[in-house]
Design a protein around this ligand. Sequence first.
Ligand code: CTP
Ligand code: CA
Length: 222
Amino acid sequence: ICTPAHKQVLAGKTVTITAGPTREALDPVRYITNHSSGKMGYALAEAALALGAKVNLISGPVSLTPPTQCQVYGVQSALDMHQQALALAPQSDIFIGCAAVADYRAADIAEQKMKKQGDELTLTLVKNPDIIADVAALTKQRPFTVGFAAETQDVATYAKGKLRNKNLDMICANDVAKQGQGFNSDNNALTLFSAEGELSLPLTCKHKLALTVMENIAAKLI
Ligand code: CTP
Ligand code: CA
C-alpha cells in the first residue's frame, strides 16, 4: 500500500510494537480475551518499516500476516508479552504499546479441563503487570514510549490521565464507542496527546493513519 518512497526518517532506529489481544488461560481448553484484531499494531509495524526502521513486533494471537521484514515474537498471555517487551525495550529507540493487554488473568490455571458443576461459577482473577508503564519506568536505555488508550467515554480526560500516570511520551486515544473505527475495523481516528499538546487525526484507513502516527513520533525524536 505504501507505494511512494517515504523519507527514511527512522533509518538506524529500532521500533518495538506490541499488537493484538492477549489470551489468559483458565484451563487447557478455555481462555479470556478481547476483540482486538491487531490491525492497528500491524499497520504501525508496516509504517515503521516504510520509514526505514528495524521493527520488532510482539504479537498476541491474531489472524494477520506480519510484514516480512519485521522480527515477530508471538506471545499468548500478558505475562509472556511483559517478559518479551522488557527484554526488547532497552534495545529500542521507540516502544509502542498497541496491544489490548488483558488487565486480569486467572489466579490459578486449572491443570485439567474444568468440569461443569453448580448453576454459578465464580472466577478469581488477579491483575496483570502494566507492560507499558514498566517500559516507561526504565531508568537506563528508556525508549521513547507511546501508549494507546481505547475509551468509550471522556476520551481526552482518560487518555491524559494515562499519559501522566504511566509516564508516557505520547498516547494515541481511540474512541471505541464510535461506529466504523477502532476494534476490528479497517479504519480508525486518533487523537495524539503529548506534553506539547494534542493533535487530531481524522478517520482514515489504519495504514495511512499508522504512517502519520509514525511520522509524528519520528519528528519528536529529532
Ligand atoms: N497496557 C499495558 N499493560 C497492561 C494494560 C495496558 O501495557 N496490563 C497498555 C496498553 O497496551 C495501552 C495502554 O496501556 O498502550 C492503555 O491501555 P488501556 O487498556 O486503555 O488502559 P488501562 O491502564 O488498562 O486502563 P483501563 O483498561 O482501566 O481503561
Ligand atoms: Ca485495560
